[in-house]
Ligand binder design. Structure first.
Ligand SMILES: Nc1ncnc2c1ncn2[C@@H]1O[C@H](COP(=O)(O)OP(=O)(O)OP(=O)(O)O)[C@@H](O)[C@H]1O
Length: 597
């Protein structure tokens, strides 16, 4: 997307608050008006108090011909005017603009953050496989401020700069057109400087923020895996990698800063040079008597004041380059394809029985024509209320198969139905409300244990949370913790053992009371006794539910209604424990091997 169209797209968020923006610009312009007025009382002092020039008509009209308009009276009024202009213009309006702008821009940042967050929630896991969390974090917490800069460093300063330049030029031209035109030559010179610097600024800024994203991602991953780093004593290796990331970032930061400082300095140089020329020419005209001392003072005042708006215009233009590069990183998220989409015309059925059917399902993680096929021609019927166990060697596709049930991904080919209805024709939130999931890696939030379990059902009462914990064999260890159910879990959950985390995760799924329960190795971290208790509890908790369970401990699923064996992404056998044992094939071999071991 082109730089200008990126800026226009960003502008659309601002256009939701047209009136507020207009208010902000009006306040800023009033401040500018005071700035433009600043040299005028001094001109009156120089020309009409210190010299003999009559008072300007505008002042006479205001004051009338009153007697107090003698020199000292004029001097006093001019001094009061200077004070009022400075107090109102510089102090009051600067404060007002700053606080108004902060509130307004923060609201824009909030809007954009929420839109990004909503989009991130809709994106399927495929997106997360291709993007690093640290980089996304950086986009959401830092790049999102581009909208702030768009208003605070471009729209408002550029508008007030253009208007104040216009007003100053008008007054200067009415004093001396020739000098005013020389002053205006700043504009084409600055445009040339900008043309030279745009590309390098764009490139270096983009690189800088890419490197910053990589650095954030590396730090985030390192912190999350500190235990592994320490266990393998790989601190030096990771430090060297960190140094490389920091160095890359520093170099790109340095380049971006040098290029943008180069542009700023060149534009300052141009402004300064033109100002010197105008001062010189003005002084010559003053000596020739073609311009009064007061007018020359106004002129010189504006020439110095001209630097402010011209400079903020050039900064605004430079910032627009930076902003467009950074906003690209946000629009990349907003434009990411939602591979799993919610069908807007889908109607939720009044209830769910729980019959699940896979019909000729093929699936892979990449795009259909590019990626490797992970599941091939899966045909499977699970009647409502039955328990199906999925077994097979590691990497066979077991977790992939069950991830299709929650529509984390959609099949490449074929379809999966729930009570005869294609999952893609069910509202996505409805489907996921009706599926409870225990993942292989139990994830806990940095909240209390009660909140972690209650995540399965936010309306659950403390008694229901406790009952779910009891069923998952978690209650006993929870009440032994100093704060019991109110114990806050550390960010990574490392304050609990693997088995404890697993049981909390199980309790969360139990609490959800969904008609379909998916358990991906739910007891792999439990000792044999606790595992037996969990499985005993499972029998009562899963009554009437359709259950998919993946486990490597085959003795635990002997009573499943159906067992399927997956190998290289295909179902190679299915039946009950007894049937499969009788065949002597893969399942029987794995089972017998475990019995001996
Ligand atoms: N996000 C992913 N992107 C690409 N390939 C993946 C992804 N997740 C899994 N795979 C691949 O899909 C295949 C099946 O993986 P899956 O996790 O479904 O196997 P599994 O039978 O559950 O294994 P395990 O018993 O070890 O958990 C593997 O080859 C794996 O490398």
């Amino acid at each position: 997307m082109k730089k200008v169209s990126l800026l226009f797209r960003l502008l659309r968020y601002v256009s939701n608050y047209k009136l507020k923006l207009l208010g902000l610009i009006l306040i800023a312009l009033t401040g500018v008006g005071f700035e433009v007025l600043k040299p005028l009382p001094i001109k009156v002092i120089i020309d009409s108090v210190l010299s003999t020039k009559p008072l300007p008509n505008s002042v006479l009209n205001l004051a009338g011909n009153s007697a107090w308009m003698a020199d000292k009276g004029v001097l006093l009024v001019c001094c009061l005017a200077i004070m009022a202009i400075s107090a109102a213009g510089s102090a009051l309006f600067s404060f007002w603009v700053t606080s108004y702008m902060a509130g307004f821009c923060q609201r824009l940042v909030n809007d954009l953050s929420i839109e990004l967050y909503n989009k991130l929630q809709r994106l399927s896991l495929t997106f997360y496989h291709h993007n690093k969390i640290g980089d996304l974090l950086q986009r959401l917490s830092s790049d999102v401020f581009v909208i702030y800069y768009l208003v605070a460093q471009i729209i408002v300063p550029a508008t007030s700069s253009v208007i104040s330049l216009g007003a100053m030029f008008y007054i200067m031209a009415s004093i001396n057109l020739e000098l005013a035109l020389v002053a205006l030559s700043i504009v084409p010179l600055l445009v040339i400087a900008l043309l030279v610097f745009t590309k390098p600024m764009e490139k270096t800024t983009e690189r800088q923020y890419q490197n910053f994203g990589s650095l954030s991602a590396f730090v985030q991953q390192s912190l999350a895996s500190m235990r592994v780093i320490q266990a393998f004593a790989r601190e030096n290796l990771m430090r060297r990698k960190m140094e490389t990331h920091v160095l890359d970032y520093n170099q790109s930061f340095l380049k971006a800063t040098q290029v943008s400082a180069g542009y700023n300095q060149l534009s300052s140089l141009i402004t300064g040079l033109v100002a010197v020329i105008v001062v010189g020419l003005g002084a010559v005209q003053g000596m020739n008597g073609t311009i009064s001392a007061g007018d020359l003072f106004v002129f010189l005042g504006y020439i110095t004041a001209l630097y402010g708006p011209v400079n903020s215009l050039s900064i605004a233009i430079g910032t627009s380059v930076v902003i467009s590069s950074r906003s690209k990183r946000l629009f990349e998220i907003l434009d990411s394809q939602e591979f799993v989409t919610d069908n807007p015309s889908a109607i939720a059925p009044s209830g769910i029985f729980g019959q699940v059917q896979f019909e000729n399902v093929d699936f892979g993680y990449g795009l259909q024509n590019e990626g490797k096929r992970t599941l091939r021609n899966i045909n499977l019927t699970v009647p409502a209320g039955q328990t199906v166990a999925i077994v097979g060697p590691t990497g066979a596709g077991k977790s992939s198969l069950i991830s299709l049930l929650s529509r984390f991904y959609d099949p490449w080919k074929g379809r999966i139905t729930l009570d005869g209805q294609d999952l893609r024709d069910l509202p996505l939130p409805f489907l996921r409300e009706n599926v409870a999931l225990v993942l292989q890696e139990p994830f806990l939030f940095p909240m209390t244990i009660a909140e972690n379990i209650g995540f399965g059902n936010p309306d659950a009462t403390p008694d229901e949370i406790r009952a779910a914990a009891q069923a998952a064999q978690a209650h006993d260890f929870i009440v032994r913790l100093p704060q019991g159910y109110d114990t806050v879990i550390t960010e990574t959950g490392t304050s609990l053992s693997g088995g404890e985390r697993q049981r909390i995760s199980l309790a969360r799924a139990f609490l959800k009371q969904a008609p379909i329960l998916i358990l991906d190795e739910p007891t792999s971290a439990l000792d044999a006794l606790t595992e037996a208790k969990v499985f005993a509890a499972l029998n009562s908790m899963t009554f009437g539910k359709t259950v998919f369970i993946i486990t490597h401990r085959l003795s635990a699923i002997k009573h499943a209604d159906l067992i399927i064996t997956l190998k290289d992404g295909a179902i190679v056998e299915s039946g009950t424990h007894q049937n499969l044992l009788a065949t002597g094939n893969t399942y029987a071999q794995m089972y017998n091997h475990q019995q001996i071991a």
